[in-house]
Design a protein around this ligand. Structure first.
Ligand code: BES
Ligand code: ZN
Length: 884
């Protein structure tokens, strides 16, 4: 490999302002399936903050350059140079000037799905993070903000719909041809990663929204022909998002139109291009027959997320890609809050924390760990991670916990006010909260810089004589890649002291102050907090609402946890208490399996879950969460090393059987009480009833008894919506080998023309925890419904196998690891971004038992040895293998 083909790492500390700025961009795009011509006119000037006398260096990737002119005069060949990744104008006049550049690209050959590509015949673009350079030469960095005008021209027959950012200006026929054009203008300066255009044969649903100040916004959602009926829920979610952002954050929409386009081929979930969001169709299209309650909730959350970027991301963007959490973590926080307000706040918190622990905690504990704001990267695509997104959102949530509702809002208001139109940094963001509240956040800022999950060890001591209760807190932060030593963090620890009657006791600290809003500030390696006037022995309910993203261990007994599971006023901790009991049981049972000891008794968990099931005051959706045990990877993470996935699986199955047997009447009762009462509706209350009924069915069938399986078969047969039908199918596929094939075949026959439903069918089969699964998955890669070219298909089949089937991915014979490594290599030549994400499934390989660890390492080394790896896969594999 030539030396310069190995990309050099980019460092935050090397940031320099751009030498040249771009004020306006005029694009003239002539769409053609294999030779699309792009004429770009850039009005540029030297940046007063840049280096004087600099050449103009533009980024480019896989472009064919047709012409380049400066102020109307073609540049001589000696006046510029191109390399694989750049075009440099060597000695430009140091004044405002215009560059005209003509490039040609082949959208049909663009399998990376970055830049301009085709999806089901339509033309679309994806530019974040560095895709605009695959359309034209440009300073493709987020701190170069320009006003864009886009003219698109195409065959009217092929692309009757032509869309770009901003407001529509003009459209019409191209005289004397079968072509037509449309012109769009976006008045808001933006970075190139927010550019988008779409051309194709698409159907539209229309609506409108009147903003708080009375401006009318035309709303459009574009989908593949014939699918408009499935876009209604997304439109409704969009309007609710627009209203919510006005009410909660004072953010009003700022263009005359807002369009969303759903495409079938998309690397990610969705993209916030200014005024023209482009979505993976799985996060737009929904009908009761084809989408589950979880799909509806995802659509609502992602529509909101991309819409919310209009302020957090677009009006205020990022100075450089190290600041990615500035838009993503903040916007995830905002979409979480939106969903909490639309649905049940406690249930939303529970599912968000499950996601955080399930994805971010393992990332932070393995070779791919990095700070919320990384300080170096080799491939930015690999940093759209659970750490930047989910932990980034937790850091914003902690700010709110520390400053309170009003202090937080004051900080956000100042941020919008001070930085509108800027490309900002994390420091800018924090300064707004510090200034608005008169506080010092310099130590809090460590949350952005130090990687790894902090550990809090807490013990409580009640002194009956002195009527005091003392909490001793020890904090540690483990070493992570590149960070052997750590400083203490500022950790907001929300808590309650629960009295024997189940009510919270008043909390007065030793110094006479009240623990403000129930939050202790942990700042030291070791710290004690003494509460006074504590007349009875309390049970400490710690880290309420998961106020800090830490791993907390305590000296609470199993009885204390059962007590909290029944009485804690904080719903999250009520849930978490039972999960803690279950997790401890599973860790012990796994060890017992491996050493042939007797399994521990599940009595405490039976008691806690039995009480939850029979508590009529609880939200069904909450009970459903309580009934769902920690996952196999949750147990693996808790065990942390020498992990044997088969032993974990067996222990978990045994526990599910035991719960099933012990709780059968209660589960049957809840199942029957929550039978559907009318037609399917996707609202949270109806979804909660289905979730509980389905959780009961799942546990009943886990017993493997004839009545349990009969119930699952009936549920499958009688279902009138995808939520129930698919849950029943999963129960059968996992627990009833004899009924499995027939049910899978019936499901496929019914939905074979519906790729998004076929995805569910693929994903389910990939997750079966049986030795036959690998052969099944291999076979399915040859199924007519599968394609390596579509990211949704690949993620459903191969991604589910690698990420959601611990026993079969980590087969003792190494065949699971080999299969995924082969898939990564197969995919890398076509779509490196998707390939790299698949490879990240190896992120916890070092915690496996020695045999499996060796096979994972062999598979990784085989990937690493392949010549010509993409930077995406090369980066993941080399960090994965770096010595711990
Ligand atoms: N800006 C991202 C989309 C994106 C991600 C572009 C990675 C380029 C590379 C978008 O706002 C986003 O975050 N999408 C998420 C879904 C969201 C709800 C967390 C996604 O695509 O997964
Ligand atoms: Zn985002």
């Amino acid at each position: 490999m030539p030396r310069d083909a190995v990309p050099q790492p980019v460092r935050l500390s090397d940031y320099r302002p751009p030498d040249w700025l771009v004020d306006t961009v005029h694009l003239d795009v002539r769409l053609h399936p294999t030779a699309t011509r792009i004429l770009a006119r850039l009005a540029m000037r030297p940046n007063p903050e840049g280096r004087e006398g600099s050449p103009i260096v533009l980024d480019g990737d896989e472009l064919s350059l047709k012409s380049i002119a400066l102020d109307g005069t073609p540049l001589a060949g000696s006046a510029y140079v191109t390399t694989a990744g750049t075009l440099t104008v060597l000695a430009p006049p140091q004044r405002a000037l215009t560059l005209e550049i003509e490039t040609v690209v082949d959208p049909s050959a663009n399998t990376k799905l970055m830049g301009l590509y085709r999806s089901s015949g339509a033309y679309c673009t994806q530019c974040e993070a560095e895709g605009f350079r695959r359309i034209t030469y440009f300073p493709d960095r987020p701190d170069v903000l320009a006003v864009y005008t886009t003219r698109i021209e195409a065959e009217r027959e092929e692309a009757p719909v032509l869309l770009a950012n901003g407001n529509p200006v003009e459209s019409g026929a191209v005289e004397g041809t079968s072509r037509h054009y449309a012109i769009w203008h976006d008045p808001w300066p933006k970075p190139s990663y927010l550019f988008a255009l779409v051309g194709g044969r698409l159907d539209r649903i229309s609506d409108h929204f009147v903003t708080a100040t009375g401006k009318k916004v035309e709303l459009g959602i574009y989908v593949e022909p014939g699918k408009t009926e499935r876009a209604g829920y997304a439109m409704d979610a969009l309007k609710r998002s627009m209203r919510w952002d006005e009410e909660v954050f004072g953010c009003e929409y700022d263009l005359d139109v807002f369009n969303i386009v759903a495409v079938a081929d998309f690397n990610m979930g969705a993209m916030e291009n200014k005024g023209l969001n482009i979505f993976n169709d799985k996060y737009v299209l929904a009908s009761p027959e084809t989408a589950t309650d979880a799909d509806y909730a995802n659509i609502e959350g992602i529509i909101a997320h991309e819409y919310f970027h209009n302020w957090t991301g677009n009006r205020i963007t990022c100075r450089d890609w190290f600041q990615l959490c500035l838009k993503e973590g903040l916007t995830v926080f905002r979409d979480q809050e939106f969903s909490s307000d639309q649905r049940s706040r406690p249930v939303k918190r529970i599912s968000d924390v499950r996601l955080l622990k399930g994805h971010q905690f393992p990332e932070d504990a393995g070779p791919l760990a990095h700070p919320v704001r990384p300080s170096t990267y080799r491939e930015i695509n690999n940093f759209y991670t659970a750490t930047v997104y989910e932990k980034g959102a937790e850091v914003v949530r902690m700010l709110k916990t520390l400053l309170g509702e009003e202090g937080f809002r004051a900080g956000m208001d100042l941020y919008f006010d001070r930085h509108d139109g800027d490309a900002a940094t994390v420091e800018d963001f924090l300064a707004c909260f510090a200034d608005a509240n008169g506080v010092d956040l310099s130590r809090f800022a460590l949350w952005y810089a130090q990687s790894g999950t902090p550990h809090l060890a807490v013990s409580g001591h009640w002194d009956a004589q002195a009527r005091t209760y003392r909490l001793d807190v020890v904090q540690t932060l483990p070493p992570t890649p590149g960070q052997p030593e750590k400083q203490s963090m500022v950790i907001p620890l929300a808590l309650g002291l629960v009295g024997p009657d189940g009510n919270d006791l008043p909390m007065r600290l030793d110094d006479g102050t009240n623990a403000e809003r129930g939050v202790l500030l942990v700042t030291q390696p070791r710290q004690s907090f003494v509460f006074r006037d504590v007349a009875e022995r309390p049970v400490a309910s710690l880290n309420r609402g998961f106020s800090a993203p830490v791993k907390l261990t305590s000296d609470l007994t199993t009885q204390d946890l059962v007590f909290l599971a029944r009485h804690d006023a904080d719903p999250f901790n009520r849930f978490d208490a039972a999960q803690t009991i279950a997790l401890a049981h599973l860790v012990e049972a796994t060890a017992a399996r491996r050493t042939g000891r007797d399994l521990p008794s599940p009595a405490a968990l039976v008691e806690a879950l039995g009480a939850t099931l029979s508590d009529a005051t609880l939200d069904p959706a909450f009970i459903a969460q309580a009934l769902s045990l920690p996952s196999e990877s949750d147990v693996a993470r808790e065990i942390a090393d020498d992990v044997d996935p088969d032993a974990i699986h067996d222990a978990r199955q045994a526990l599910r059987r035991a719960l099933s047997a012990a709780l059968t009447p209660a589960l049957e009762g809840a199942y029957d009480r929550h039978a559907p009462t009318g037609a399917y509706a996707p609202d949270a209350a109806s979804a909660g009833r289905r979730a509980l009924r389905n959780a009961c069915l799942d546990l009943l069938a886990a017993g493997g008894t004839a009545p349990g399986l009969a119930r699952a078969l009936a549920h499958f047969r009688d279902a009138d919506n995808m939520t129930d039908r698919f849950l029943a199918l999963s129960v059968l596929a996992h627990n009833a080998p004899d009924a499995r094939e027939e049910a899978l075949a019936a499901f496929y026959e019914r939905f074979r023309d519906d790729p998004l439903v076929v995805d569910k069918w693929l994903a389910l089969q990939a997750q079966i925890a049986e030795p036959g699964t690998l052969e099944r998955v291999r076979g399915l890669t040859g199924h007519p419904a599968f394609s390596w070219g579509n990211p949704n298909r690949v993620r459903s089949l191969v991604g589910s196998f690698a990420g959601a089937n611990q026993t079969q991915f980590n087969r003792a014979d190494g065949a699971g690891h080999d299969f995924v490594a082969d898939a990564v290599l197969e995919l890398d030549g076509r779509n490196p971004q998707v390939a790299a994400r698949l490879l990240a499934a190896f992120k916890s390989w070092r915690s496996l038992e020695p045999g499996r660890r060796a096979s994972a390492e062999r598979a990784l080394r085989r990937v690493a040895a392949k010549p010509g790896l993409s930077p995406d896969v090369g980066d993941i594999v080399s960090r994965s293998l770096e010595p711990a």
